[in-house]
Design a protein around this ligand. Structure first.
Ligand SMILES: *Cc1c(COP(=O)(O)O)cnc(C)c1O
Length: 322
């Protein structure tokens, strides 16, 4: 196997994060089962207090740091679900946390981070400037940079989702996983394949800016320009020096699917209408794929509903359009 992650690290993650992260429910979806001819189950990872599964990896990484590092605090340059989860865990532990962001980050996101008592440093105009500042904080103040996906504790933390899926739906045949940097897919797929290699792993991404999928096609990490998508949490690169998630995704993903923007919208509206649940575009990508998939008949399928951080306006606009 191309990874050095061990199954033990995932069990360790489960026990380490137990007092900070609750397990999430799995929901049998009658309407999606009817529509696809499969037995469809939704793993409700958007029900964490931070609104996404990223809490698992962030908790596992931070709780694995030695005491003296914890005291010096943590830093990150993610403003999305990862940043929110890092700030949340730091607040729970009462340790310093600085989120470095560029001046292009919207006010609403900045306020959400401040509400979690994170220190917010506005530096420069781009994500790269923010990242450089994190590196400086590490060097000068001994803070630990918490990476969003390419890190074994992060991957092991996300892998705890699969332990729960196996308990809740042991006869699962296929798992559908929204894919960006690949921390989620690497962790979940590693556990699934270790338990039962015949379980299929499908990664879903929006059509434009699917960096991991393009990188797999090219055989090495590529950089792509970002453009608008409802699945904004799936944007971003995989790092040109990627160590874990590129080889792990390559080894474990059976099928990569690019989901049309209109199908992502449809997935979001479907979830709202039939389950009365609001999820963000990234999570709706899996549903959008399902709605247009015709090779699932008779299978037990689990879709990971990854997050719910979407603003009211985006939902209102979509509803007005539909
Ligand atoms: C981060 C994220 C993903 C993708 O996870 P990766 O580990 O980067 O592949 C999917 N959905 C949501 C809501 C996310 O926040």
């Amino acid at each position: 196997m191309m990874t050095s992650l061990s199954f033990r690290e995932v069990w360790e993650a489960k026990s380490r994060i137990a007092s900070f992260v609750q397990s999430t429910p799995i929901l049998y979806s009658e309407p999606l089962s009817e529509r696809t001819g499969a037995r469809v189950h939704l793993k409700l990872e958007h029900t964490h207090p931070t609104g996404s599964f990223k809490l698992r990896g962030a908790a596992n990484k931070i709780l694995s740091l030695p005491e003296e590092d914890l005291k010096k605090g943590v830093t990150t340059f993610s403003t999305g679900n990862h940043g929110i989860s890092v700030a949340y865990i730091a607040a729970q532990l009462g340790i310093p946390c600085t989120v470095c962001i560029s001046n292009r980050v919207p006010e609403a996101k900045v306020n959400r981070l401040k509400k979690l008592q994170a220190g917010v440093e506005i530096v420069g105009k781009s994500q790269d400037d923010a990242e450089a500042r994190c590196t400086e904080l590490e060097r000068d103040e001994g803070m630990t940079v918490i990476k969003p996906f390419d890190d074994r504790e992060i991957i092991a933390g996300q892998g705890t989702i699969a332990l729960e899926i196996m308990e809740q739906c042991p006869d699962v045949d296929e798992v559908i996983i929204p894919l960006s940097g690949g921390g989620l897919l690497s962790g979940v797929a590693f556990v699934m394949k270790s338990i039962e290699p015949s379980i299929l792993v499908t990664g879903v991404t929006m059509q434009k800016g699917a960096v991991m999928q393009e990188s797999l096609a090219k055989g090495k990490p590529v950089i792509l320009e970002e453009s608008y998508t409802l699945a904004d949490s799936l944007l971003g690169g995989i790092g040109t020096e990627n160590r874990y998630t590129f080889p792990m995704t390559k080894a474990f993903m059976d099928k990569g699917v690019l989901v049309e923007e209109t199908h992502i919208e449809e997935g979001l509206i479907f979830t709202l209408e039939h389950h009365k649940m609001v999820v963000e575009g990234a999570a709706a990508t899996g549903i959008g794929h399902l709605l247009h998939c015709n090779d699932l008949q008779g299978k037990n399928v689990v879709v990971v509903m990854t997050g719910n951080n979407i603003d009211h306006q985006a939902v209102t606009d979509l509803l007005a359009k539909s």
